[in-house]
Design a protein around this ligand. Structure first.
Ligand code: HEM
Length: 217
């Protein structure tokens, strides 16, 4: 508790916290993406996966921890952003990121807001939405993603997520002091590859559901 208090009261501590929590969220994204791959296998496989997941007695504490981690990441990152804006003299034009200004770094706040709004809608519709039958989460997901407007919304958000990750992954490694003339370009490339793969595979789900299963209705 004391360590956490010390972390959130210093600027570098806050940056480390945002970076560490960001890595945790990447872990969640990868497991969520892996679970969603059952959608490609079919209705029976995905509903069985959902049943196993939902019958886990640790699900509620895990969900609460996830909510806490998401809020911590968002609130501390927003605070850092606002304080850095306030500390910057008017007309300040220097590059803030050592990686240079990229689309990812320039749009970080906007993609964060997009992901936040998406999460509220996503959890409301998929977690608390009405299923065709209690055991049919696949049917609920498909009822949304086979509609081209929802599929498009998902594709746009996933592009935003990719942009956010492309800068976030790189920036987190910098915060942890991982900086070496030889390995830094490699780490930067790995962060970018991670962002592109996660965004592309998540995007493949609504595209596949809408165009191949739903006939783009
Ligand atoms: C096409 C992409 C996606 C699909 C098909 C999908 C599917 C789902 C489904 C079916 C659920 C409900 C699980 C249940 O009730 O058992 C869910 C929950 C959730 N999803 Fe996604 N998801 C996608 C993308 C994302 C992304 C990109 C994020 C994060 C940025 C995300 C974050 C969450 C969260 C936080 C929950 C609530 C988890 C819980 O409380 O158990 N999802 N998703």
């Amino acid at each position: 508790m004391e360590t956490l208090a010390r972390l959130v009261t210093s600027s570098i501590g806050r940056k480390l916290l945002v970076a560490a929590v960001g890595f945790l969220l990447c872990g969640f994204l990868m497991t969520h993406l892996a679970g969603n791959m059952f959608l490609f296998v079919g209705e029976k496989a995905f509903n069985t996966y959902a049943r196993v997941l939902e019958s886990n007695p640790f699900l509620l504490p895990i969900e609460l921890a996830l909510l806490g981690v998401i809020l911590l990441h968002a609130v501390v990152a927003l605070y850092l952003n606002l304080t850095s804006l306030a500390a910057r003299p008017v007309g300040y034009a220097m590059k803030r990121s050592r990686g240079g200004r990229t689309w990812g770094s320039a749009t970080m706040v906007y993609t964060a807001v997009l992901i936040g709004v998406f999460l509220v809608i996503h959890v409301k519709t998929f977690k608390y939405g009405v299923r065709p039958s209690p055991e049919d989460l696949y049917g609920l997901v498909m009822s949304y993603l086979q509609d081209w407007r929802w599929a498009l919304f998902y594709a746009v958000v996933m592009a935003g997520l990719g942009l956010h990750l492309s800068h976030g992954a790189w920036s987190a490694t910098q915060t942890f002091g991982i900086d070496h003339p030889k390995y830094t370009p490699l780490i930067k490339g790995a962060g970018l590859a991670f962002a592109v793969v996660v965004a592309a595979v998540f995007t493949a789900i609504p595209i596949w559901a809408c165009w191949f299963l739903g006939g783009a209705r």
